[in-house]
Design a protein around this ligand. Structure first.
Ligand code: ADP
Length: 447
């Protein structure tokens, strides 16, 4: 196994990776910006290297400084976590060129899946159902009109390089198509430095359901069921759970095997997530994430597997330690994303934590890098903690979650805990009968 691994990330995910490494006897190297000198991931790691000033582009995205840090410290592998460089094919390639193992898929797969048009083409060929839409890029207003007529309104214009739920335009009337098409391209250009867009049918009322896969470098692939991430605001996930309240074992087996076979077919290795919209009993692929996801813990709890350790072992060249027939979901897990933000206005709320007291007890896991006295810097993502609840049933999970969230003390900044608490009181959340629109169009609109 690797002796030393560099963690190219910060916050809770850097800690999550550090803990996985400790258990495996791997020494860790943290990287950090000047703004994060006092961060928990820096304190816990065996070694730490400052890679630049506060701004992400000069530190956590500073490829040359990060590679130098790995070389100087003798790290044999780099784990990118999520966000930052985790889906940067060029970075993965450079890491490998320097004789260091990238803990993730090959740069070829990152590149193919990072371009959403290519991704749709690749997975469709491998047998995965996709959202109906343009065969490739849509390069003119006239083409956009043709596609919109062919598939029928509403349609969604999306950036091929898109991410984070940004830069999408829903077209409901032909008269607004031209303006929205131009806006989509312009936004794609400024957000992603690539103004290529494509069009797909806008599904009016789907759920978001994603399949977790795990594949080694020897052609062994397993799926680990689904996560339901239908509670979203601005196309971003608010809480996630496994199993989905609407998927039974038969459906799970069927879509899981379609995905696992496709992943084997394309020769992918590492962990990965294939995301679908699910409407009227049908799955429609939207994208594949070629990395560990924020919401991976719910799968870990329900399938009793350490995905981070598996990912590291796969990168090292080990074979999967499990086979599909050994994999059975047990119980239920829900993850609550805790952001440093106003729960009413959603404005970020960085600042100093005057008191941090995390909940605990049976079935309660907190993945966080917070501590009393820590100052949340304003430069990075506002997610500061994840509370993950596990129980025999969804009902038990919800009761346990209410109790855990009521115990959670984060003084000094505003957080999204009150939003979660309110969600857990809502009859719709209790029944599980909602779609991706519900949180914004119903719950927040009618409060
Ligand atoms: P990103 O990479 O920016 O997150 P995705 O393609 O994963 O983009 O989509 C993010 C979210 O946007 C989905 O979870 C869903 O809420 C919404 N969405 C994406 N495609 C469609 C579609 N064709 N119809 C309806 N909603 C969509």
């Amino acid at each position: 196994m690797f002796k030393k691994l560099l963690i190219a990330n910060r916050g809770e995910i850097a800690l999550r990776i550090h803990r996985a490494c400790k258990e495996m006897g791997i020494k860790t190297v943290a990287i950090h910006s000047t703004a994060d000198a006092d961060a928990m991931h820096v304190r816990l790691a065996d070694e730490a290297v400052c890679v630049g000033p506060a701004s992400s582009k000069d530190s956590y995205l500073n490829v040359h400084a990060i590679l130098s840090a790995a070389i100087i410290t003798g790290a044999e592998a780099i784990h990118p976590g999520y966000g930052f460089l985790s889906e940067n094919a060029k970075f993965a390639e450079m890491v490998e060129e320097h004789g260091i193992t990238f803990v993730g898929p090959s740069s070829k797969h990152i590149k193919a899946m990072g371009d959403k048009i290519t991704a749709k083409q690749v997975v469709e060929k491998a047998g995965i159902p996709v959202v109906p839409g343009s065969a490739g890029s849509v390069d003119s207003v006239d083409d956009a009109k043709k596609i919109a007529k062919e598939f029928g309104l509403p349609v969604l214009i999306k950036a091929t390089a898109g991410g984070g739920g940004r830069g999408m335009q829903v077209v409901r009337e032909m008269s607004e198509l031209e303006e929205l098409y131009k806006r989509a391209r312009q936004e794609a250009g400024s957000y992603f430095s690539n103004d290529t867009v494509y069009i797909e049918k806008f599904l009016d009322d789907p759920r978001h359901i994603e399949i977790q896969v795990i594949a080694d470098k020897h052609g062994n692939v397993c799926h680990l069921g689904e996560r339901d991430c239908s509670l979203q605001r601005r196309n971003q996930k608010v809480l996630e759970e496994s199993p989905s309240p609407v998927i039974n074992q038969e459906v799970r087996d069927e879509i899981g095997m379609i995905v696992a076979n496709a992943i084997k077919d394309i020769g992918y290795s590492s962990v990965g997530t294939v995301e679908f919209l699910y409407e009227n009993g049908q799955f429609f692929f939207i994208e594949m994430n070629t990395r560990l996801q924020v919401e991976h813990p719910v799968t870990e709890l329900v399938y009793n597997i350490d995905l981070v350790q598996e990912m590291i072992k796969i990168a090292y060249g080990d074979k999967l330690s499990i086979t599909q027939d050994q994999i059975k979901p047990q119980g239920h897990a829900i993850e609550f994303r805790i952001n440093a933000e106003d729960p009413e206005t959603f404005m970020p709320s960085p600042g100093t934590i005057l008191l941090h007291h995390a909940p605990g007890g049976y079935g309660v896991r907190v993945d966080s890098a917070l501590y009393t006295g820590y100052s949340i810097p304003p430069y990075y993502d506002s997610m500061i903690s994840k509370v993950i609840i596990f129980g025999k049933s969804r009902d038990i999970c919800i009761k346990r979650a209410k109790s855990a969230l009521s115990e959670y003390v984060i003084d000094g900044v505003k957080t999204s805990i009150p939003l979660h608490t309110r969600l857990l009181e809502d009859p719709t959340v209790l029944t599980g009968d909602y779609t991706i629109k519900w949180l914004e169009a119903d719950f927040l609109a009618n409060k």
